[in-house]
Design a protein around this ligand. Structure first.
Ligand code: COA
Length: 260
């Protein structure tokens, strides 16, 4: 697939996905979502990819939301389909990715943009970034998982206020409330996100994948997260990474993980 809305680059096994519709503040139109689905699913089994960093082109926006012009005349059924398809094909795929996914929030992350960042495993922000779920000001609510993931990340009371007021918060407040893990200078954002990713990539990829699944189970309805943890813990014992990690520790050398 040729990407006309994304820039894709693999450096040192980190796949950088840059949403590249700067003139529309990187708003997520249908074509961009289809490209995201393609590149993210494709990275799952690509041995050249150890982790993914998602960011937005330019200085102004990470993603300023779903593309409003595309759903302006939708009816209820089309609205349902828009949300369902987006959630299944992009947002859930990111959340359930077995490799680490970091959102590097370089500017506005609004609506579907913040929802995209919240589907990622970790968020870091540039110090001027602004985040919000402004859908109620359009007569809508978040539809790409925002009501659920914001509640998990910052708690019900704060999520209620952010969603009902449609207010944006700045990077400091996002950090204070746990929405982002770190704030960096804009110029350092990608370098620092890559440093964090590289640290994760020195660990067992097999175990990191198990950890992602176990942590995700904490907020998956109908699943006992403790049982998932037991099962994923057990899986680790069957991995080459476990043999290597323990052997390296005992031999006082650095582990060379294969992810198997
Ligand atoms: N969908 C479609 N187009 C969008 C967009 C979106 N979510 N967000 C921004 N754009 C477009 C604007 O229409 C404008 O296009 P134009 O130059 O062809 O008119 C361009 O991006 C620049 O945006 P503009 O609004 O002129 O920039 P600004 O600096 O005045 O304001 C924002 C920046 C982020 C405050 C403002 O663009 C905004 O509120 N965007 C919508 C956010 C939103 O409600 N997202 C949730 C959608 S469900």
């Amino acid at each position: 697939m040729n990407y006309s809305n994304l820039l894709i680059e693999n450096r040192e096994r980190i796949l950088y996905i840059t949403i590249n519709r700067e003139s529309k503040l990187n708003a997520l139109n249908k074509a961009t979502l289809a490209e995201l689905h393609d590149v993210i699913t494709g990275s799952t089994h690509d041995d050249e990819v150890g982790g993914l960093i998602i960011t937005g082109a330019g200085q102004k926006a990470f993603v300023a939301g779903a593309d409003i012009s595309e759903f302006a005349d939708f009816n209820a059924d089309e609205g349902r389909e828009l949300a369902r398809e987006g959630q299944i094909k992009v947002f859930d795929v990111i959340q359930n990715h077995s490799k680490p996914v970091i959102a590097a929030i370089n500017g506005f992350a609004l609506g579907g943009g913040l929802e995209l960042a919240m589907a990622c495993h970790i968020r870091v922000a540039a110090n001027g970034a602004k985040m919000g779920l402004p859908e109620v000001s359009l007569g809508l609510i978040p539809g790409y998982g925002g009501t659920q993931r914001l509640t998990e990340l910052i708690g019900k009371g704060r999520a209620m206020e952010m969603i009902m007021t449609a207010d944006m918060i700045n990077a400091e407040e996002a950090y204070r409330t746990g929405l982002v893990n770190h704030i960096f200078e804009f110029d350092e954002l990608l370098t620092k996100a890559a440093e964090l990713m590289k640290k994760i990539m020195t660990r067992s990829p097999f175990a990191v994948g198990c950890a992602i699944r176990a942590i995700n189970a904490a907020s998956t309805d109908g699943i006992d997260g403790y049982e998932t943890e037991i099962s994923e813990f057990s899986n680790c014992f069957g991995s080459e990474d476990f043999r290597e990690g323990v052997a390296a520790f005992l031999a006082k050398r650095k582990a060379e993980f294969t992810g198997r």
